[in-house]
Design a protein around this ligand. Structure first.
Ligand SMILES: [Zn+2]
Length: 337
């Protein structure tokens, strides 16, 4: 088969080339990939990869949707079925898996990070990671659900569910569009920040109640005014550069969910603000199989659909990376074999 293979760090270490077909091990099935999408973690692995244990060469791609071509009796799957992959090969046996909390699995191996990924014509994964889709599902959209929308789902609804009538500030581009869609779906009021007036205008066109250009205005001051005293929840994927303003944008008793630290991991904790205003901070990453099923139910009913910024063929992987690295995209950068 052909696949996007990472052989060494840096753009020149990535190529679309021949690679051995995946062999399904015990308990595994094989998907013919119809679509995948590019994520910041791919860029990180290409250029740095520190902290990710994998053996190169490695097929990249942490998402995939397509058609099942090989499965085993008893899996509940059959060849010809459309499916999207839950991209974390979880053990199914540790205390977290048994509690239904697969993103915390002690033995998890993520496709495209620790095992071969979805930027390929075929991929093998444990059968329990295959979630069936309707025959008429939009595969490009399905192939862009796992990283953005599932992460957003868990942040908004996983621990302390965002309620209708609450307000949320979404900081940073990481999962912003997905969060905006899901928060609007449940009737919450949404504010965004960006350095781009054009992106703020697009967010408002999608239903955001307001936005702050952080290059021009002080975020917390603007948000306290817009939300009439502070928001209930902040979603922050930026980290050090935004942390202080994110905490100051919360109402008393508000909560901050962190899902990324693209500008650094060690902001001042501001403990006094934390206890006096009785704020809550918690981390979130990925989502569980149960949450993915809920998301797919909403997706299959047409209530939410990823915004696709652009679609590239996998042979064009370098242009796709350039699009992502530029930061100019709004929504997902999709890849098709
Ligand atoms: Zn486990």
């Amino acid at each position: 088969m052909k696949a996007v293979v990472l052989e060494r760090r840096g753009a020149e270490g990535v190529s679309w080339r021949d690679f051995p077909d995946p062999a399904a091990g015990p308990g595994e099935s094989v998907l013919r990939v119809a679509a995948s999408s590019l994520n910041r973690v791919d860029l990180y692995m290409r250029d740095n990869g520190a902290g990710i244990t994998h053996i190169l060469p490695q097929v990249m791609g942490v998402e995939a949707a397509g058609e099942i071509v090989e499965t085993e009796p008893g899996s509940g799957l059959r060849p010809g079925m459309k499916a999207v992959l839950f991209s974390e090969a979880f053990c199914g046996e540790c205390r977290y898996c048994l509690a239904g909390d697969q993103p915390l699995c002690e033995h998890v191996r993520i496709m495209g990070e620790h095992r071969h990924g979805g930027f390929a014509e075929y991929i093998a994964m444990p059968s329990r990671c295959f979630l069936p889709l309707p025959d008429d599902a939009d595969m490009v959209a399905a192939g862009a659900l796992m990283t953005g929308h599932l992460t957003a789902w868990r942040m908004l609804f996983g621990k302390k569910t965002l309620q209708p009538g609450e307000s949320v500030l979404i900081v940073g581009i990481g999962v912003a569009v997905a969060c905006l869609q899901l928060a609007k779906m449940v009737g919450a009021r949404v504010f965004v920040t960006s350095s781009s007036d054009a992106k703020i205008a697009r967010a408002i066109a999608m239903g955001a109640s307001g936005g702050v250009n952080y290059h021009r205005d002080r975020v917390s001051k603007a948000i306290l005014e817009l939300s009439n005293g502070g928001v209930d929840m902040v979603i922050d994927s930026v980290g050090e550069a935004s942390w202080g303003e994110s905490l100051r944008s919360l109402r008393r008793g508000g909560r901050l969910v962190t899902c990324g630290a693209t500008t650094g991991s060690n902001p001042p904790a501001d403990l006094q603000r934390l206890f006096i205003r009785q704020l809550e901070i918690y981390g979130s990453t990925g989502g569980s199989v149960g949450e993915f099923r809920q998301l797919l139910d909403v997706f299959n009913r047409g209530l939410v659909k990823p915004v696709i910024d652009s679609t590239f063929e996998m042979t064009d992987i370098h242009r796709a990376f350039e699009r992502l690295a530029s930061g100019a995209q709004f929504g997902k950068v999709s890849l098709v074999p």
